[in-house]
Structure formats: C-alpha cells, structure tokens
Design a binder for this molecule. Structure first.
Ligand SMILES: Oc1ccccc1-c1ccno1
Length: 247
C-alpha cells in the first residue's frame, strides 16, 4: 500500500518510523511518504492560509497549494493498480465516523492520500475539485475538536496498517479483538493466577476450550451491553442465539 500524507507539520509523523508501522515501511508492505504543504507555495512567506470569505474568526487554508500538492501526488486518473481512483481522506469534525469497518475497507486500497487540515479548515473547493478525479472522504474520529488532522491520520493509519497482511505477528488476534464481530472483547488475564488477592477466572485455567470460548463470548456480550448498547442494537439478529439473548 502506498500512502501520501500532506501536512504543514510533517514532523508530527516521526512516530511512523517506530514499531510495527516502522517495520511495515522497512519491508515494503507500507510505502509511506510525508509531504510539507508549504513545498507547493511560491511566496517568500510560504503562505498556506487566508481570511475566510463571509467573515468570522480564524483563517482558512488556501486552495492553490492543496491543488498543486494533490496534482503532484495523484497525477493520474487511476491508482498504481490501474483499476481504482486514488482515495483521499480528509480528517474533519464534520466527517463520517471512522470505524473498524472503515479501517478494513481502507486496508484494501492501493493508494491512500491524507490531507491534514489546520486553522478553520481547507477551502471547500479543494475537496470539490479532488472529487472530480478521486474518491474523497471526510472522516471524523468522534464528537470532539482537535487542532488539526495530523493526530487523526496517525490513528487511522495505525488502525489500517495493522490489518495489512503480515504486519501483525499473530493475525489470529484480529479475529477476537474488540469490534471484530461487532462486540467488545472479553477481559484478558495472564500469570500469576492470583495477584493481590484477585483470582483469574477458573474457566480460563480449565483447559476446556468450549467453555472458554463460551465464557469469552458471554463476557463480550455483557461488556458490550453495558458500555456500548448501540453496538448491540446494530448486531444482525441472526448473530445472536437464544443463549446470547439470555446472557
Ligand atoms: O477537530 C479536527 C480538526 C481538524 C481535523 C480533524 C478534526 C477531527 C475531530 C474529530 N475527528 O477529526
């Protein structure tokens, strides 16, 4: 997967040299480049913002640098795989909610572009023009406001990269983690069996894999019902058996 990130703070992405993302870059699974938007400015002050039409507080990111940056990073009508348009993701408080399902969808893309907005946002015409030759998605991490899109890109990129083949050493953990089946994961334990008077549940030390699987599902259901009833409501009816409903 090719990933291009455009930001006025490219140094925000230094963490992407670390850990499993760093390894994915080193082995070629992830071909990531971070670009400074100011490289596409032409004035001595390298200006990227200006006052908003219609008045109001703050500044808006000018369209010209963004237009030139996206032209340079996605010059062709099609992605390198020759079949799909490049995917442009623009983190924004006004975006669609980012979910694990979207992470899985993005993990199938061959080329992701991320545009990191700052100030009051990016001139809307940048997104409108990009949409004439890319698939553009404004995406939100949740109902709160950040200084800019950089932190959101780090989150999205981590959620997507860990789904790429070979990145996670134990791919099996993907199958049981929170949100894998629309539920939160069950509590996890490791040695010692007793710690400060707290016991590991007996079932997890029983060696009875059927009981253990059932316990984990029940605990996941109970946690989800208590913490995220919206996820229970979103489950396909057929995914809950009679016993689940009783849990
Ligand atoms: O608050 C933001 C400012 C800029 C870019 C993105 C965001 C945001 C808020 C929530 N998710 O993304």
């Amino acid at each position: 997967m090719r990933v291009d990130i455009v930001s006025i703070f490219p140094e925000y992405f230094a963490p992407l040299d670390l850990s499993l993302i760093g390894k994915a870059r080193a082995n070629g699974t992830l071909r990531l480049a971070v670009h400074d938007l100011r490289d596409w400015t032409h004035d001595v002050h390298r200006t990227v913002d200006d006052t908003p039409y219609g008045g109001g507080p703050g500044m808006v990111m000018r369209p010209e640098p963004w237009g030139e940056a996206l032209d340079a990073l996605a010059p062709d009508e099609l992605s390198p795989d020759g079949h799909t348009l490049p995917r442009l993701l623009v983190p924004s408080p006004a975006g669609v909610r980012f979910t694990q399902a979207m992470a899985h969808e993005l993990a199938t893309e061959s080329h992701l572009l991320f545009a990191c907005g700052r100030y009051e946002g990016i001139d809307q015409r940048v997104l409108d023009h990009a949409a004439t030759r890319m698939r553009v998605t404004e995406v939100s991490l949740g109902d709160y406001v950040l200084f800019g899109g950089e932190v959101a890109v780090l989150v999205i990129l981590e959620a997507v990269t860990r789904l790429l083949p070979g990145v996670l050493g134990n791919a099996g953990s993907l199958a049981e983690e929170s949100h894998a089946h629309g539920l939160l994961e069950a509590p996890m334990y490791t040695k010692p069996a007793t710690w400060r008077g707290h016991e590991v549940p007996e079932v997890l030390r029983s060696g009875d894999h059927g009981r253990i699987a059932r316990w984990r599902r029940d605990e996941g259901l109970l946690r989800t019902a208590a913490r995220r009833p919206d996820m229970i409501a979103a489950l396909p009816p057929e995914s809950l058996d009679k016993r689940d409903r009783a849990a």
